[in-house]
Design a protein around this ligand. Sequence first.
Ligand code: SF4
Ligand code: SF4
Length: 356
Amino acid sequence: MTNRVLDLGGLDALIGVLREDGRVVVGPVLRDNAITLAELESAADLPGGWGVETGPGHYRVRRRADTAVFGHSAGPQSWKRFLHPPRRTLVTSDGNGFRAAPDPAPDYAFLGVRPCDLAAIAKLRQVIGGRKPFVVAAQCTEPGEVCFCASMGCGPAAGPGYDIALTERIDEQGQRFLATGGTDEGAAVLDRVPARRATPEDTALAEQDVQAAARTMGRAMPELDLRDLLAANRDSAHWEAVAERCLTCGNCTMVCPTCFCVSVEDHTDLDGTAERAQRWASCFEIDFSYLHGGAVRTSPAARYRQWMTHKLGTWHDQFGTSGCVGCGRCIAWCPAGIDITEEAAALTREHGGEQR
Ligand code: SF4
Ligand code: SF4
């Protein structure tokens, strides 16, 4: 498919075309001192000129020296909240019988999806199903301090699954976006947007920027079979060492774009109405492992081990892939600054394995 080059007006037109087609366009916005996700009406809603600074237990927005709209790494929210809402009513009753609640999900277009999140959307939909959103990916040219998608094979170049992929560049020629159609639907949308044909130089510069991002990524998972490592370390003393720092708050599972666990709750009212709702749950909650008379994972060590072992190990057995895409959210939003790459490296050292 032919690559195109859009300016900021072209990006605005792209949002307009997606909205004209009846889609709810969701993308990054600056809100409450974070880059969050919300409905976009135009390109003016994007966080132009804002970047982020991240680290273990650390996230701050910062002013950039340029006007980049995709110059930020993963924020506290992921696309999970739209595909798999934090709370959803399943069944209601007016006192005279039960009725399935309608699925209120609109026809979404997600704009500015990072390659790590593109991979996360595929993993999540493999588990929960649902309608495929239209996806406009934004390839990464500037990884954040906690990113490690390259070592998970999930970035910084966009993998399969996008309808359109954008690569933003700002230089002496101005701010522009190399746009690549990934599907016929994506190419048809691009045909309706004012853009010029990309030159070989445009394409080469975009590839060069993405490759440079891979080289500057400061974190990586150890290069070994993590499934085997975790299976061999079930009784490691290291789990207790993590538990001394872990608050079992569950933040890591809430921000993770692939964690999908839910709990189901029933609510009844004195007026006779009732509701059954599903809400996100976390394997760090003590009741999560409640089985006939008590919880089976009562210690913080057991709960952290469960999370990490599922995410990096047994997810392969269930779904044929890792549950981690290397977005780094769990590192930035852990109040104790616990870093999953560091914990994997510590287990690797204890196990006598090689690591980078
Ligand atoms: S485990 Fe952490 S780095 Fe991996 S996908 Fe989840 S939040 Fe991102
Ligand atoms: S690892 Fe961090 S974010 Fe996750 S439960 Fe423990 S303290 Fe909370």
